[in-house]
Design a protein around this ligand. Sequence first.
Ligand SMILES: NC(=O)c1ccc[n+]([C@@H]2O[C@H](COP(=O)([O-])OP(=O)(O)OC[C@H]3O[C@@H](n4cnc5c(N)ncnc54)[C@H](OP(=O)(O)O)[C@@H]3O)[C@@H](O)[C@H]2O)c1
Length: 310
Amino acid sequence: MRKVRFHRYGGAEVLRLDEVAAPVPGAGEILVRTEAVGVSLMLLKQLRGAGQPPLPGSPGGGFVGRIAALGAGVTGYRVGERVGGVAAEAYAEQLLASPLTLTPVPEKVSAADALGVVHGGLVALAALRVGGPVAGASVLVTNAAGGVGHLAVQLAKELGAERVVAAAGSPAKAAFLRELGADEVVGYQDADWGAPVDLVLEGVGGEVLTRAHAALAPFGRLVALAGHGGTLDAGAVLGSMTTVTGLSMGQLARHRPELVEEVRAQLWQLLAAGRLRPVSTVLPLERAAQAAALLERRANLGKVVLGVAP
Ligand SMILES: NC(=O)c1ccc[n+]([C@@H]2O[C@H](COP(=O)([O-])OP(=O)(O)OC[C@H]3O[C@@H](n4cnc5c(N)ncnc54)[C@H](OP(=O)(O)O)[C@@H]3O)[C@@H](O)[C@H]2O)c1
């Protein structure tokens, strides 16, 4: 089968399409025939050697596909079922996944839209639920043109936000976000981010986290989503009486599975009703390097997806 790997560390250009043996599911594993894989900043980190992955390296990530075989002891799933999940080695025609990461995917949804919902919408809506109430609120979304952010902008409007401010890195992204319903768009370098907001969904980390917290009105709420670090001063939190919370989909699934289930059902309903529009650029598996380069150049509008012929 075909699998994307890297034989040295570097940028997007190190990705190669290799012919390898198909994986065989061990006890507790599920073999999935891949339909689509999501490309995110995590890939660029892996390529640069973060965590020193052994070479050849096989990128991991979120996927949508169909179950091809069940390893010994796996229950609750059947061959042929359509699922989304996360795999340690995902950029391939077939992959191995743990049942713990899997979620059912409806039949009538395109693989790219399903990927958008499972790996972007779920995070966006869960963050809005954790940080809510949203109705009547002003909401700032950072990393707004990405896979999570462009759906967060739409969902905030859908939940009745009065004003949605989107932060993104280029004029093309600004136009994209206005088209999706953002009331205001700000650049990371802009001195003025407008009037203070009630709620921030923070998807960048680092200095942007600090700046986004400063954009909150007194008693405002910030949900930190980015796994890229950042610092907040306790005095700034105290003085503004703001609430800061994190979002980890893993923790939420472990401790609040009913909330994840509710959010997932709401997303599929919104999608079916045409009230949620996942946007993605889909490239075939053999163009993984170009897909990664889109992110490297920060030229993505919405999610970057590798489509794998079923
Ligand atoms: N907590 C959770 O459970 C969870 C789950 C999934 C994702 N996340 C997090 O949610 C955030 C959004 O995820 P995503 O998949 O939508 O976005 P992503 O694909 O990880 O982000 C892509 C965007 O990041 C921005 N960016 C910032 N620094 C960059 C750099 N050095 N190089 C390239 N691009 C850079 C660019 O937008 P601009 O050009 O506009 O700056 C780029 O378009 C991420 O921080 C991700 O880690 C969290």
